[in-house]
Design a protein around this ligand. Structure first.
Ligand code: 3PG
Length: 216
């Protein structure tokens, strides 16, 4: 796969998503009902973060049992995590940041990958490795839409998925930004709902959000 086709694959996944839930799964048995609840609500592209001991197993179960979900791995911190994501069968990878080692590994591989950036210098490093679609993190805390507008001055062609501080109140404004292809966040799958197994509540929240952000 060429770097360009890898990037286009990622862009297609993100554009199809509109909203990408950032999932932190504590119990592996929650993985499949959670993925089913999200998909039932019209949210198909899922980021399973490598933040818990069961994350990889959870992603594996979703991939095996929820074929309508497009499962990616988040919180990729190094080349080993990237290789793990690929071995699991993830469709894409996302990082909150990027080290030279990680950018090099991702550029040499064929897993669609979005490095994280919050500054012009970080963005320049990502671009130098061929990554023009980046996660802007932490989006609200790093200056919000105004900061992204400023970054788009010198880098007008970047494609961005902001995460960090995004919720029902500001997701539409972010999606209205010309450089934004999708938004990500944990608000669409509240930890309390996962803990209590409120799958119907998660589906309802997804339906409401998708209706608001992606009207038919
Ligand atoms: C991420 O990794 O993208 C963030 O943890 C998501 O931030 P949020 O919890 O503010 O949505």
């Amino acid at each position: 796969m060429t770097a360009a086709s890898r990037q286009e694959k990622l862009a297609a996944i993100f554009k199809s998503a509109t909203v990408i839930p950032v999932l932190t799964i504590e119990k592996v048995e929650d993985a499949v009902p959670l993925a089913r609840a999200l998909v039932a609500g019209g949210v198909r592209v899922l980021e399973v973060t490598l933040r818990t001991a069961v994350a990889a197993e959870a992603a594996k179960a979703m991939i095996a049992e929820v074929p309508d979900a497009v499962v990616g791995i988040g919180t990729i911190l190094n080349g080993d995590d990237l290789a793990r994501a690929k071995d699991l069968g993830a469709k894409f990878g996302i990082s909150p940041g990027a080290t030279p080692e990680l950018l090099k590994a991702a550029a040499a591989g064929d897993l669609p990958f979005a490095p994280g950036i919050a500054t012009a210098s970080e963005l320049m490093q990502a671009l130098a490795h061929g990554f023009d679609l980046v996660k802007f993190f932490p989006a609200e805390q790093a200056g919000g839409i105004k900061a992204l507008r400023a970054l788009a001055g010198p880098f007008p062609h970047i494609r961005v998925c902001p995460t960090g501080g995004i919720g029902e109140a500001n997701a539409a404004a972010w999606l209205g930004d010309p450089n934004v292809v999708a938004v990500g966040g944990s608000w669409i799958c509240p930890a309390a709902d996962i803990k209590s197994g409120n799958w119907a509540g998660i589906t309802a929240m997804c339906q409401r959000t998708m209706k608001l952000l992606k009207p038919a």
